[in-house]
Design a protein around this ligand. Structure first.
Ligand SMILES: Nc1ncnc2c1ncn2[C@@H]1O[C@H](COP(=O)(O)OP(=O)(O)OP(=O)(O)O)[C@@H](O)[C@H]1O
Length: 526
C-alpha cells in the first residue's frame, strides 16, 4: 500500500470513529486520544467553553479544570480573546502561576512546548480549545498537515452537532417543564373552582385555604384542620377527600367527642366474636372500613390518652389489632383530623400527646373565623338562601344591603353554622320574591336559649313534658315558656311520625310557623 493510501485509510478510520461518538465528552476523549497517537504528542487536551461563555472546562483535570475567560494569569484567556493559535514554551509556562494551568502543565509532564488552538464554528460560536503537548517545538509540521486540518474540521463539525442536539434537549426539557407547569397551574385552578362550589367565599383567607386544600389533597400527608366551631372544618375535610386520589374510596367520619371513651376504641379497631361480654359477633372497625379511603377524626382533642398512643402506633405502622384478634390487620387510609380546641394547650397540660400532634399535623390547615372575613358574608348568605329555596321549593329571594350591613357588624361566635341558621330563619319570614331585611335577622338568638331545654332529647309519650322545671323554680319566664313550646312541638311531631303538615294543623299553626319554631328550638322530626 502506498503512503498516500495509508494516510487515506488512517484518515477514514479516524473520521468514522469520531462520527460514531454520540456525546460531547466521548467525542472530545476520542479526538484527543486520536491526535495523541496519530501525531506522536505526549499529551492532548480539549477544553470546553461552558454555556455561560465565561469558563473553559477541562473535564480530564479533576479539581482544577476550570479556567475563567477573564483571568489572564493563564494563557487560555488571551488565546480565546485573539482567536489566534499560539505556541507556549516550557520556560514561559513555568512563569504562569495559575494553579489550574500548573496542574495541567504538570499532568502533561512539563513538555518543552504547548500548542494552544482555539476552535470555533463557521458562525463564529466559540467552542473551546485544543492544547497539544510535545517536546518538539516545531508545530507547523503537524498543524499544516491535511490530516490534522481534516480532523480538526471534523471535530468542530461534530462538536457543533453535539451542542445543537444538547440545546434541543434543553429546549425540549424547558418547554416540557413550562407546559407541565401550565398544566399543573390549570389543574389547581380547576380544582379550586370546583371546591368553591361547596366551600364558598372569596376572601383572601378562603382563596388561600382552597389552594392549600388542593395541595393537601394531592399528597398523602396527614392533615390537621384547626378552627373554631362551625367555621367549616367538616366541609374542608370533605373537600380533601373529594379532590384526592381516594375520592372513589370510602370516607369514614368519626366524631371522637360524640362516642363515649369506652366505645371509641372498639369502634375504631373493631372486635372479634366473644372478645368481651356482649360481643356476640365479629365487628369490623372504622379503621378497616377506611381502607383505600379517608379517615376523618373530628374533635381529635377529645380522644382519650390511652387511645392516642394506639392511634400513633397505627399511623406509624398502618397496622392494628382488633379487640380479641390474634392477627394484626392492615389498612391503607389517609388521615384527616379536626379540632376546635387549641391542641397546644392540651399538650401543655398533658392531655394531648405531642408526638401524635406532630404526626397529625404533617399538613396543617387553619380555617379563619367568620368575623375575620366579613367579605365572605354576602356570598355565604346567598349560598344559604339558594339552599333554602331549593330545599323548600320556594321562589327566589335575595338579601338587602342593610341586612348585609347588619351582619357585617356581628361577631358570629357560632361562625358559618350560625350564619346559616340566621339566614334560614330569615328566609322563613321573608315573602317569596323579596329581599331579607334587617328586622328578620335574629342575631344572638340561638345563643340566648338555656342549654337545658335545647339539648333535651324526645322521650316517649307525655313524659316528654315531665322534665320541665318545677314552676316554683322558674327564674326566666321567657325561657321556660319557650322550653314548654319546644316540648309540645317535639311531642306532637313524634305523634305524627314527623309529619310537619299534620303536626302544624293539629296545633293550629301555619306550616311555615312550625318550621320556623323547629329551626329555632332545634327540634328535628325524628
Ligand atoms: N365556606 C363555606 N361554604 C359553605 N358552607 C359552609 C362553609 N363553611 C361552613 N359551611 C356550612 O356551615 C355549617 C357548619 O360547618 P362545619 O360543620 O363544616 O363546621 P365545623 O367547623 O366542622 O364545626 P364543628 O367544630 O362544630 O365540627 C355546615 O352546614 C357547612 O356546610
Amino acid at each position: 500500500m502506498g503512503r498516500m493510501q495509508m494516510e487515506l485509510h488512517t484518515g477514514i478510520d479516524l473520521a468514522v470513529a469520531l462520527i460514531q461518538q454520540d456525546t460531547l465528552p466521548d467525542l472530545l476523549k476520542t479526538a484527543t486520544s486520536q491526535l495523541e497517537t496519530t501525531f506522536g504528542l505526549s499529551r492532548c487536551w480539549a477544553l470546553e467553553l461552558d454555556l455561560s461563555g465565561r469558563t473553559l472546562h477541562c473535564s480530564d483535570l479533576a479539581e482544577d479544570g476550570e479556567f475563567d475567560c477573564g483571568d489572564f494569569s493563564h494563557p487560555f484567556a488571551h488565546v480565546l480573546q485573539t482567536g489566534q493559535a499560539r505556541e507556549l514554551t516550557r520556560a514561559a509556562s513555568y512563569r504562569l502561576d495559575h494553579p489550574g494551568f500548573q496542574a495541567l502543565f504538570d499532568a502533561s509532564n512539563r513538555p518543552r512546548s504547548l500548542w494552544l488552538e482555539p476552535l470555533s464554528g463557521d458562525d463564529g460560536r466559540t467552542l473551546g480549545m485544543l492544547v497539544l503537548c510535545r517536546d518538539e517545538p516545531e508545530w507547523a509540521g503537524i498543524t499544516a498537515q491535511p490530516l490534522y486540518l481534516g480532523l480538526r474540521q471534523l471535530l468542530v463539525h461534530q462538536w457543533i452537532t453535539q451542542l445543537q442536539s444538547r440545546d434541543q434537549v434543553w429546549q425540549r426539557r424547558l418547554l416540557k417543564r413550562s407546559l407541565d407547569h401550565l398544566h399543573d397551574a390549570e389543574t389547581v385552578r380547576n380544582r379550586c373552582d370546583q371546591l368553591a362550589r361547596t366551600l364558598v367565599g372569596n376572601s383572601q383567607a378562603m382563596t388561600r385555604l382552597r389552594a392549600q386544600i388542593v395541595r393537601a389533597a394531592g399528597s398523602q400527608l396527614s392533615v390537621l384542620i384547626q378552627g373554631e366551631t362551625g367555621c367549616g372544618k367538616d366541609v374542608v375535610a370533605q373537600g380533601i377527600h373529594q379532590l384526592s386520589g381516594r375520592a372513589d374510596g370510602p370516607m369514614v367520619v368519626v366524631n371522637c367527642a360524640a362516642i363515649p371513651d369506652t366505645l371509641l376504641e372498639t369502634e375504631l379497631f373493631g372486635h372479634t366474636k366473644g372478645a368481651f361480654s356482649g360481643a356476640d359477633q365479629t365487628k369490623e372497625g372504622l379503621l378497616a372500613q377506611a381502607d383505600g379511603g379517608t379517615l376523618f377524626l373530628d374533635e381529635i382533642g377529645d380522644m382519650p390518652m390511652a387511645l392516642q398512643s394506639k392511634l400513633l402506633r397505627v399511623l406509624e405502622s398502618r397496622k392494628f389489632r382488633p379487640l380479641g384478634a390474634r392477627e394484626e390487620q392492615r389498612s391503607d387510609f389517609r388521615l384527616v383530623a379536626a379540632t376546635h380546641q387549641p391542641l397546644q394547650a392540651g399538650i401543655e397540660d398533658g392531655s394531648f400527646r405531642r408526638d401524635l400532634f406532630y404526626r397529625l399535623s404533617q399538613f396543617p390547615l387553619r380555617v379563619t373565623p367568620l368575623r375575620e372575613r366579613p367579605e365572605d358574608l354576602e356570598a355565604l348568605s346567598r349560598h344559604f338562601i339558594r339552599h333554602y329555596t331549593e330545599r323548600e321549593g320556594a321562589g327566589p329571594m335575595g338579601i338587602s344591603s342593610h341586612a348585609l350591613h347588619l351582619l357585617s357588624g356581628y361577631d358570629f361566635p357560632g361562625n358559618v353554622r350560625e350564619l346559616r341558621n340566621i339566614i334560614e330563619l330569615a328566609c322563613l319570614q321573608t315573602p317569596v320574591g323579596d329581599d331579607i331585611q334587617p328586622e328578620v335577622l335574629r342575631l344572638n338568638d340561638l345563643f340566648e336559649a338555656p342549654e337545658t331545654w335545647v339539648a333535651e332529647p324526645a322521650v316517649a309519650g307525655h313524659e316528654a313534658l315531665s322534665w320541665l322545671p318545677d314552676p316554683d323554680e322558674i327564674r326566666d319566664l321567657k325561657a321556660a315558656a319557650q322550653a314548654f313550646e319546644a316540648a309540645i312541638i317535639r311531642e306532637r311531631l313524634r305523634q305524627y311520625g314527623g309529619n310537619r303538615a299534620q303536626a302544624a294543623e293539629s296545633l293550629g299553626l301555619p306550616k311555615r310557623t312550625l318550621a320556623h319554631k323547629c329551626l329555632k328550638y332545634q327540634v328535628s322530626e325524628s
